[in-house]
Design a protein around this ligand. Sequence first.
Ligand SMILES: Cc1cc2nc3c(=O)[nH]c(=O)nc-3n(C[C@H](O)[C@H](O)[C@H](O)COP(=O)(O)O)c2cc1C
Length: 364
Amino acid sequence: MKHLFQPTRLGDLNLRNSIVMAPLTRSRATPSGVPQPYVTDYYAQRSSAGMIITEGTQPSFAGQGYARTPGIHTPEQIAAWRKITDAVHRGGAKIVLQIMHVGRIAHELNRQIAGPPVAPSAVQPAGEMWTDQKQMQPFPVPRAIETAELPALVEEFVQAGRNAMEAGFDGVELHAANGYLLNQFLASNANQRTDGYGTTLQGRIRLVVEVTKAVAGAIGAGRTGIRISPGHMFNDLVDADPLETHVALLDALPTAEMAYVHVMKPDAFAAALNNAGDPDHVLATMRAHVKGPLIAAGGYTAETAEAALASGLLQAAVFGRPFIANPDLVERLRNGTPLAAPRPELFYTPGPEGYSDYPAAGAA
Ligand SMILES: Cc1cc2nc3c(=O)[nH]c(=O)nc-3n(C[C@H](O)[C@H](O)[C@H](O)COP(=O)(O)O)c2cc1C
């Protein structure tokens, strides 16, 4: 296990080990998007990681779609995040903010503003999402964002990046995976635009490239990462040729200067959700087009993560579900301590239960 516990470098970020906590939406913010006080405990408990990537966080009220997700656009939100970044830094980890604009994956009952959510095109996703008021509800028909609104959309991400710096984060991760707004622009079934931001391959990648370069320009490329999930057909997102799309995207991004590219393996949740073929081939293809650090998530164990680091495929290994019930995951992996199982029924419920009350090994 020599690589897993070695320091690693992701752009400007020096990590004391090569274990990264994945972004995990846990819905523990107030209705106005302020992380609750016990969110600080939760992240601090996990600060033996080399780096923590926060839960998806909206850059604006317009970017919210789920119940009780946090934001990074009001003074109260920034102040709450400042407490979290301070606590995580005291524990020794780096922490980056995942900026998540959900686009069409948004129900009005979960939102603080009226009107339909924006998306590349007015294409309603199949499926339903949770609302606290009426339980499961169908996804809405989104509004196609106007071309003239796109500069302001880019600026939302830039301002979120600046706010993250003000809140003490070490960097940001742009969420271009899992069917949310940036991923919607990339994918052929969600993006039917004819204004130069869709239709062709270069059109579909254009907004993601503009957002990434603008955020990197504002806070530093070495503090800017991006998450992609080629072939992951989550949230009704289907790209006809996900490998071609993501290769073109990576070739257009300044990956040599960026902190990292983060791939979520397409079979992370179910093989049936993957239309990109063999996940190892997907990862190898991405590796060939990333000029800087590559990190990845999706079912890693100590052994498979160690192998991916040892071969040079990855510069850090990302663990999601294992971190939920194992705040001391790093120590458990080091000692070979069995992992506790999380309680999925408490993944998105308000309150500390099933969240910041999982004990470290031996502390129960
Ligand atoms: C409860 C839960 C919430 C998640 N929230 C996010 C999120 O906010 N942003 C994101 O990019 N991925 C999210 N994911 C995906 C994880 O980051 C990770 O990629 C996935 O769980 C696969 O890794 P694992 O097998 O180690 O859990 C979430 C997963 C779970 C289980």
